[in-house]
Write a protein that binds this ligand. Sequence first.
Ligand SMILES: [Zn+2]
Length: 410
Amino acid sequence: MTERLYHADSYLTGFEATLLDTDVAGQRLYLDRTAFYPTSGGQPFDRGALHPAGGGAPLSVVDVVDEGERIAHVLAEPQPGLAGGIQLSGSIDWARRFDHMQQHSGQHLLSAVFHEQLGCATLSVHFGVESSTIDLDVASLSPEQLETVEQRANAVVWENRELTLSSEDAQEVSGLRKASARSGALRIVSIAGLDRSACGGTHVRRTGEIGVIALRKLERVRKSVRVEFLCGGRAARRARAEFELLSRLSAQLSTSPAELPGVMETRLEELQRVDKRSRELAQRLAELEARELYARAAASGPAGSAVIHWQRTPGGALAELRALAQCYMVQPRAVFVAALEQPPSLLVAVAEDSGKDAAALLRSALAAAGGRGGGNARLAQGSAPSLAGLELALGTLRSHLSSASHDSSR
Ligand SMILES: [Zn+2]
């Protein structure tokens, strides 16, 4: 049985204890008493160290587990040499503990104010590393309601009300915000004039120690609403981080944080206009380029046969070549073949009057090379497994197209 010193005094950061037992590996230590809080009721465990009496390296505690009667102190490294009976002095990582106290007491206060102001019950609570959340039994909350609760919660903080602990019998207890399913003696945490809750966690002595309470994201979770909140040090650190973020963003746009939304809106509109113009110009360029390529191919090939343009590109995107292909293939007897070396891929586009089928041409060329692709009679594209495969496919395509143009010239 471990005596839980944190129940009587949340501010105890150091204590003396006797080692009663360890697990076989010497990694879980059981003491007669402890100020280390084990994960329970949503509140995360304490970290800290156990110092063997008479010297020796401090043993770092990386987890604390409530095993019912006993509390296990899990060490970072197993200590097989440790024997029961030795004296240890424990020290708690106070910054971490006090942060947990601010969030946990802040949650009691917030849950009470949500109940008082809006009549919503707290369904569950989660204390996270970055922020904490409360799930409320309500279908939706408006930003105005959230603001009302936030203002009232902070007013209670500023009133610096007392938090007190009492032990009361479950059968006789009254006035709890949420009924407890436990029997026997209940540990009641009260906020003067506001709240009474059964809880085993560690709490601050006065609401002023919670510091500012900031409500943040709202999220619908099944039939409830999840409210994210930050208390005390976390709220201050987040405000600092977000100020720096806003400053960086506004510096990039040469404006002030307050002007940022307006400037962003103007910039986004500009961007949309430029984007539209750029697409128009790209289309116009593709048309001109296609016409030029067509004229060159027509001049070099025999009259009356297919006007074939062969193109080879070291790298890039097939999508860019598609625009060119689409402009090329609208011209009489046009055949457009583009090969991309990296990644090895092939695009075939043909005019309707060319007498050819782009998908069939591509399929037969890639089949020989072990590649894959598809499309329709006018435009098809695919990929080859390697550069050698691409060469093979191009070779096949060349022989098909030359025999075909030979046919048509007959
Ligand atoms: Zn609690």
